[in-house]
Write a new protein. Structure first.
Length: 95
């Protein structure tokens, strides 16, 4: 079962073609690498960074293709797909 969460609304698109999204719920910041979707469920990119103050964060989204930028306007609501965090397994032991 796939679960989705509200990411927030588009704040701006940078000159480097990255999408800056104002996170709607600062207490529920999504993981870096989470897939970002539009309202119709189409994947538009991935979260590559979270910036800004703790109580008012922004997500930096790298689009899958630059053609999707023409469909995104300022204040467009975006969603993210919850990803399971991979567990890190340390290899080797003490010597």
């Amino acid at each position: 079962m796939k679960s989705f969460g509200l990411l927030g609304s588009v704040y701006t698109i940078t000159r480097n073609k990255l999408i800056i999204v104002k996170i709607g719920k600062p207490e529920a910041i999504p993981a870096i690498g989470s897939k970002v979707l539009d309202a119709s469920g189409i994947e538009i990119g991935r979260i590559v960074d979270v910036i800004g103050p703790v109580n008012d964060p922004f997500a930096v989204v790298k689009p899958n293709s630059y053609s999707v930028l023409s469909t995104i306007k300022q204040s467009t609501t975006l969603f993210y797909r919850v990803v399971k965090q991979k567990k890190y397994v340390k290899k080797g032991g003490k010597k």
